[in-house]
Design a protein around this ligand. Structure first.
Ligand SMILES: NC(=O)C1=CN([C@@H]2O[C@H](COP(=O)(O)OP(=O)(O)OC[C@H]3O[C@@H](n4cnc5c(N)ncnc54)[C@H](O)[C@@H]3O)[C@@H](O)[C@H]2O)C=CC1
Ligand SMILES: O=C(O)[C@@H]1CCC=N1
Length: 272
């Protein structure tokens, strides 16, 4: 990969995940800079990955070929304002923010910019992430390839044709690691309640989750229902657990959660 200078504006959880994916895949930390107003997260990034750090967004952006916008959606207007005096015409801008539509950025940055919207997730930090990507017709094939190459260091990439489809990527992959963590939390809480040590409960639940995820991935020809049925003996223990989930309308609950996730992204798109 050609080593472009990449800077991250905002050094929070998602930036850390992407930086981790990049560096672990062999991207030179010398070509990576993170900017953040406060110091502790920057220091940790420098210590863990050897990248450059600064408190000055403009300094970081000036020498960058690629600027990754890693701040919360409500701060995007402020960051745009801060960088608006720079000539950004030769830089590729990649945003990871949920719920800020592509057309808003040229207002925020007060100039036409080359922008690719992405939706990564935190498993990117260990190379098993998924990033949804959207680029308008104005973005060159070269810039699309560059963005894809950078984001693919953290896992799989998936281009969507319509910007609205990114909201589905949020519900399915950007936010969803939190759903699985919640499910594991609930399992561990239940085991602890019935007397197991938390550390043992977590070890068993996490290994089962890992095994289940790998079985799904390694058996593309088996339906999810088939995989579930293979565990579920008639009249056995799993059947009781599954019946309890179904009685509690787990499918309806998941549908509501994902629908509300998308609705929030749509609401944010009107707000920011
Ligand atoms: N956390 C996640 O799983 C995912 C997050 N995202 C998106 O990534 C973006 C960042 O989210 P997180 O990393 O979770 O948030 P975070 O709160 O962990 O990180 C944001 C960072 O931006 C810094 N910041 C605040 N104002 C700034 C400014 N003016 N200039 C530079 N830095 C500034 C904050 O100090 C903080 O370190 C959001 O837009 C979110 O929608 C997207 C996909 C997944
Ligand atoms: O919760 C959020 O808004 C961000 C976007 C996807 C994951 N975290």
């Amino acid at each position: 990969m050609s080593q472009k200078n990449v800077c991250f504006i905002g050094a929070g959880n998602m930036t850390r995940s992407i930086v981790s994916g990049l560096v672990k895949s062999g991207y030179s930390p010398k070509h990576i800079t993170a900017a953040n107003p406060s110091q502790p997260k920057l220091d940790a990034l420098q210590q863990d990955f050897g990248i450059n750090i600064t408190n000055d967004n403009i300094e970081a952006a000036k020498s960058a070929d690629v600027i990754v916008l890693g701040v919360k959606p409500h701060l995007m207007a402020l960051v745009g304002e801060q960088l608006s005096d720079l000539d950004l015409s030769n830089k590729l801008i990649i945003t990871i923010a949920a719920g800020v539509t592509a057309k808003r950025y040229s207002d925020y940055f007060k100039q036409e910019i080359k922008l690719i919207r992405t939706m990564p997730n935190t498993p990117t930090q260990i190379g098993v992430g998924l990033t949804g990507l959207f680029a308008g017709d104005d973005i060159s094939a070269e810039d699309k390839t560059l963005c894809e190459t950078l984001m693919a260091t953290g896992g799989e990439v998936f281009w969507v044709n319509k910007e609205e489809e990114l909201n589905q990527v949020i519900a399915l992959a950007g936010s969803s690691p939190a759903y699985f963590f919640l499910f594991l939390e609930a399992m561990v809480e239940s085991a602890v309640k019935s007397g197991m040590a938390e550390v043992s409960a977590r070890e068993m639940a996490q290994q089962a989750a890992l095994g289940a995820a790998l079985m799904v991935k390694q058996n593309p020809d088996l339906s999810l229902t088939q995989l579930r049925n293979n565990v579920t003996s008639k009249g056995g223990t799993t059947a009781q657990a599954i019946a309890t989930f179904e009685q509690g309308n787990i499918r309806g609950l998941v549908d509501d959660a994902m629908t509300n996730c998308i609705a929030r992204a749509q609401e944010m798109a009107k707000q920011y």
